[in-house]
Structure formats: structure tokens, C-alpha cells
Design a protein around this ligand. Structure first.
Ligand code: FMN
Length: 199
């Protein structure tokens, strides 16, 4: 089993990636971790160059994309039969996900058009805002909506919607214990649900 985390900030190694790392660490290190056999991979979109879907419809002819950019290297990763879940982590920009997150999500339409390849995969979401209440919940739910378009199974943090981080915590984002706990709890739930459904 494999869970992929996708960091959708234009900035590498900042608060979004930090919380995603916390979440993936929790997938591996909580409860029956040794029995779970869940592999995790973090994909950081920051250094990758790609744009959104251009609606050329090439993917109606197969699991392919006409745009020859860095998204090409990601295509086989999400077609891996070992994949059980995806965790998207995005900053909050203007009350919702980043354009990078949306561009990535739109490009994943090729999986939907080829037999709903992400159907029944687990989906979890983390949003990080500069403000404590800057749109994290709406952003998480906006990504959930896209996951439902794929017929994925939405997983929360066991309490609320998912991870909700505060990048501008007065003591730095590493001190945002509430946000870190929400991201780690999401990881725990992803691991639990993956194990329950897939053994
Ligand atoms: C264009 C832009 C729009 C933003 N809009 C919001 C917002 O609506 N709400 C909020 O809480 N923070 C907002 N922020 C702050 C980012 O969410 C915050 O800096 C976040 O931590 C960035 O993630 P990173 O540290 O991984 O880059 C915005 C930042 C930028 C650059």
C-alpha cells in the first residue's frame, strides 16, 4: 500500500511542506505502523513546471497528456495499483487553494476519463493560512469536492475536516501545535482507514 502526499505551495520547504511531512510521518509512526506496510511519498510541486489543463481532450484516448511538461513524470505515480490514498496540502490563497493546487487537480482529469482510476482511493487535505482563520476549512472542502469528482473516499482528521495550519503563528509555524495535531491526526486516520479497507 502506498500513500502519496502532494505539497502545492509555490514555495519549497515552508509551512505547507512542514505540515505534510508531519502528516506522512503520522501515517507511518502511529498505532500498528509496523503491520500496516504503508509506504509514503512526498511530491513537492514547487520546483515543477506545469500549467493547468488546456482541454485538448488527448486523455480521452488513453492515460496520457499532450502537454510535455513536468506533470508527465507524475502520471505513472498516481496510476500505481499500490496507491491507496492521496493527501493534498495547499496554502490558502485568497480564501481557497493555490493556482498550483488547482492546476495539478485539473490535470488529474486524465485518470477520471480512463475508467475513474482514482475511484475508492482515500483522500485527505491540509490547508495552511497566514491567518488562524483565513479560509482553511473552505480550502480543505474545495479540494474535497475535486476528490469527490474522482469518486475518492474522503478522510478527515477524526474530529473535523482535515489539517488546518497557521503559518504566521507568533512563534513560527513549527509552534502551531493545533495545526500540527490536526495534520498528524489526518495521517493517523488515513493509515487507519487504509488498513481497515485494504488490510
Ligand atoms: C497570494 C496570496 C494570497 C493569500 N491569501 C491568504 C488568505 O486568503 N488567507 C490566509 O489565511 N492566508 C493567505 N495567504 C498566506 C498564505 O496562506 C501563507 O503564507 C501560507 O503559509 C503559505 O504557505 P507556504 O508557507 O507553504 O508557502 C496568502 C498568501 C499569498 C501569497
Amino acid at each position: 500500500m502506498k500513500i502519496i502526499g502532494v505539497a502545492a505551495s509555490p514555495r519549497e520547504n515552508k509551512s505547507t511542506r512542514f505540515l505534510l511531512e508531519q502528516c506522512l510521518d503520522a501515517v507511518k509512526s502511529t498505532g500498528e505502523a509496523s503491520e500496516r506496510h504503508i509506504e509514503v511519498e512526498l511530491i513537492d510541486l514547487a520546483p515543477l513546471k506545469f500549467q493547468g489543463c488546456i482541454a485538448c481532450d488527448a486523455c480521452k484516448k488513453g492515460v496520457l497528456c499532450s502537454q510535455q511538461d513536468d506533470f508527465q513524470s507524475l502520471i505513472p505515480k498516481f496510476a500505481d495499483p499500490e496507491l491507496v490514498g492521496i493527501i493534498m496540502a495547499t496554502p490558502v490563497y485568497m480564501g481557497c487553494m493555490t493556482s498550483r493546487a488547482k492546476a495539478f487537480i485539473d490535470r488529474t482529469v486524465l485518470y477520471r476519463r480512463n475508467g475513474f482510476m482514482l475511484k475508492n482511493k482515500l483522500g485527505g487535505v491540509i490547508a495552511v493560512g497566514g491567518s488562524r482563520n483565513g479560509g482553511q476549512e473552505l480550502t480543505v472542502q474545495a479540494v474535497h469536492a475535486a476528490m469527490m469528482i474522482h469518486d475518492m473516499i474522503i478522510v478527515g482528521d477524526g474530529d473535523h475536516f482535515g489539517g488546518a495550519g497557521w503559518a504566521n503563528h507568533p512563534d513560527g509555524y513549527e509552534a502551531d501545535t493545533t495545526g500540527i495535531a490536526s495534520a498528524r491526526n489526518l495521517g493517523v486516520r488515513m493509515g487507519e482507514v487504509a488498513t481497515t479497507l485494504r488490510g
